[in-house]
Design a protein around this ligand. Structure first.
Ligand SMILES: [Mg+2]
Length: 258
């Protein structure tokens, strides 16, 4: 360890609120690439994010799951809605696997469709695509302050790194490190980084990810913060382990004292 300090951030739900983009891009992936006989895409669907989708988003780990969820929500027969949503999230992982199997889909293909859908929109109208993301300006200003303190910043996201980079550039944020889903799990990435840097914090809105970091002997000393402005499950706050701190946007700058 050379003592160089590094602060890590998740991207979606921490730096930006991309709910509109997740819906649009996943819907477009279903529309253009999925080729499913069970759906019929009406243009009105693009106008408003489904509430069921918003409510399920806290369970999502990888982008491909959003394509699958949108498909379930818009399918003509027995769609996923407020009536069966609870059953779906109670066995979230198993349900995603079952749906993949029943449709003969591969997770990698759905991820590819989502990435293609993003590329398509970027080529067609970059401005429009970027504007689907709402930045959390408090986080951006915190990142700038870290820079002034000579603390490096790194993003670890389950999005493709190229997409996170494009959004960050428009926000004038240039983190030293950006890792997307291509680079492995967040714990693996953190473990590697920990060999080189002194990691002074990790802000993430998925509690399970922070628990994995805290349970791994190689990364357990990383100070972990759950972003209360992100996509949290209702149960997250009441079941938060004591070694993970709940963070509010207004308390971000307190972390500069570290
Ligand atoms: Mg997140």
């Amino acid at each position: 360890m050379d003592g160089q300090k590094l602060f890590l951030f998740d991207f979606d739900g921490v730096i930006v609120d991309g709910m509109n983009e997740y819906w649009q891009s996943s819907l477009l992936a279903c529309d253009k690439f999925l080729n499913s006989p069970d759906i019929k895409i009406n243009q009105d669907l693009y106008k408003k994010v489904s509430n069921t989708f918003k409510e399920i988003r806290p369970w999502v780990k990888y982008g491909w799951e959003m394509v699958l969820i949108v498909h379930e929500i818009i399918k003509l027969e027995n769609p996923l809605d407020k009536n069966n949503k609870k059953d779906f999230i109670n066995q979230y992982h198993q349900n995603c696997q079952k749906i993949l199997k029943n449709n003969d889909w591969l997770a990698e293909d759905l991820q590819k469709f989502l990435d293609e859908s993003r590329k398509y929109q970027i080529d067609k109208d970059f401005e429009m695509w970027v504007n689907l993301h709402k930045p959390f300006y408090e986080v951006i200003s915190f990142m700038e302050k870290l820079k002034q303190e000579k603390i490096k910043t790194g993003i670890i996201t389950t999005k493709g790194a190229i997409f996170a980079t494009k959004i960050l550039e428009t926000l004038n944020i240039f983190p030293e490190l950006i890792f997307g889903y291509e680079s492995g799990t967040k714990t693996e990435i953190a473990k590697k980084l920990y060999k080189t840097y002194e990691i002074v914090g990790f802000i993430e809105d998925r509690m399970k990810t922070l628990i994995e970091i805290k349970q791994n002997p190689d990364t357990q000393n990383i100070p972990c913060f759950l972003a209360d402005w992100g996509y949290l499950k209702e149960s997250d706050i009441s079941t938060l382990p004591k070694e993970i701190r709940l963070l509010k946007l207004r308390n971000l700058e307190d972390l500069l004292a570290i």
